[in-house]
Structure formats: C-alpha cells, structure tokens
Design a protein around this ligand. Structure first.
Ligand SMILES: *Cc1c(COP(=O)(O)O)cnc(C)c1O
Length: 231
C-alpha cells in the first residue's frame, strides 16, 4: 500500500465511484460509498470521518459494538452491518446500525423486528443477502428463498426491505463478478424491480466499476481506503 493518507485514498475512491457512475450514465449521487473498516482501529475510522465519510461497514457484531461505543462522539456515523448475522446477536446491534445488508432468513428478520420493538426503535432498513453463485461455503439465502424472506420482512412492522446484496466468489479478475451481479439484478426484477427494492449492495475494492455498471447503489470498499487487513 502506498503511504497516502486515509483522507487521500478516500478521495481517490470517491472520484473512482463518481467516474464509474458517469460512465454508466448514472449520477454519482446514486452510488453510496460504504467504507469497510473491519479489522482497522477506531482511529482509522475517525480519520475517514474527519474527511467527511459517514457510511461505514463492519462485518462482526462485537467489533461493531465496540467501535460504535468508542466513536460515540462521531454522531453522524451511519453503521452498516455487512457480515453474516446470527439471530442470537440481533439484540446487540438493534440500537446501533442504520442498515443490515445481510438478512438471509425469515427467522433473522423476525428476531430483528422483535429486538427493535424492545429498543422502541421505529424502523431499520434491511437488504436480503442472496447467494447467487450457489457456492456452498457462502452465507446468504438461496435465490428461490428470497421471495419468502421479502414477504416475512413485509410482515415485520419495524423492518423496511430496501434492496438486495450479494458477494461473488473471490476472483482475481473483476469481470468474473459480472454474471453474479447481473443474476442479482435479474432476481430484483423478479421481486418487483427498483420501485420495490431500490438498493443493490454490490462491489468491493477490486470490482467496484463492474458493480456500478451492473447497477450497484452501494459499493463496500475496504482495503482501497484503509489498506490491507491482517488475515
Ligand atoms: C471485507 C468486505 C468488503 C470489503 O472488501 P475490500 O476488498 O477490502 O474492499 C466488502 N464486503 C464485504 C461483505 C466484506 O466482508
């Protein structure tokens, strides 16, 4: 990674996202840059926040809860949970997150709704995480389960289904992600199209351009902003 600061790398990613949107004939404001801060310290988030970033993505509940507490003074942060969520952890994030990108079961939707009621929180935006590639190791629901989950979310008064999310199989070649992104867009159309599900959470550091040309409205970019993570 270069010695550029987080603020500089963030600026590069903003321009990258805006340029990809324009090339796809879309307005740059139609694509939200979610800065994925997992495994990076709160100080790194603070730096990005000072540079104007507001949407942050985290994968792990414990890490998200700890960072949200540490960064309580950064009052405008919007936390996105982008990692797999177990039902028994829904309670911990119900008061914190702005969006959950990874609702993948009816059970989880109902549990989230219950926890929101207990926190007296009016509403939470959720995306249904779909495993469109069929890889067995991947989390997310099967495409044929998405409609039932969407209907279950519809019956949860505190949840608002806003879109779909997917994570294609890891690949060196960004274009390899395209068929998976397109499969998610096709599924979204089957489920009612953009008027029902306006958001598509697609794309990461290495394939953001492909995702935006396929219709992404939220790209989840980590390493290109914060640098490599320890694995
Ligand atoms: C880690 C992660 C990202 C960010 O990946 P980078 O390659 O670092 O940009 C995006 N989405 C999900 C679901 C992740 O787990």
């Amino acid at each position: 990674m270069s010695s550029a600061s987080i603020a500089e790398r963030l600026q590069v990613q903003r321009e990258r996202v805006a340029e990809a949107a324009r090339r796809a004939g879309r307005a740059p404001e139609q694509v939200t840059l979610v800065a994925v801060s997992k495994k990076h310290p709160a100080a790194a988030i603070r730096e990005a926040y000072a540079a104007g970033q507001r949407d942050f993505g985290e994968n792990y509940v414990q890490e998200l809860v700890a960072k949200a507490a540490e960064l309580a003074d950064c009052a405008e942060i919007r936390w996105h949970l982008i990692g797999h969520l177990q039902s028994n952890k829904a309670r911990q994030i119900a008061g914190i997150v702005e969006q959950v990108h990874t609702v993948s079961s009816v059970k989880l939707a109902r549990e989230l709704n219950l926890r929101l009621e207990q926190k007296e929180r009016e509403s939470l935006d959720v995306l249904i995480h779909v495993n469109v590639s069929g890889e067995e190791s991947k989390s997310g629901c099967q495409p044929e389960e998405a409609r039932a989950i969407l209907e279950a979310v519809g019956e949860c008064p505190r949840l608002r289904a806003v879109g779909l999310m997917t994570m294609p199989p890891a690949s060196e070649e960004a274009e390899d992600a395209r068929p998976h992104f397109e499969a998610l867009v096709a599924l979204r159309d089957e489920l009612g199209g953009p008027s029902v599900l306006p958001e598509l959470s697609l794309g990461m550091s290495h394939d953001a351009e492909v995702a935006i040309s396929a219709g992404s409205t939220m790209v989840r970019i980590g390493s290109a902003i914060f640098g490599a993570r320890e694995s």
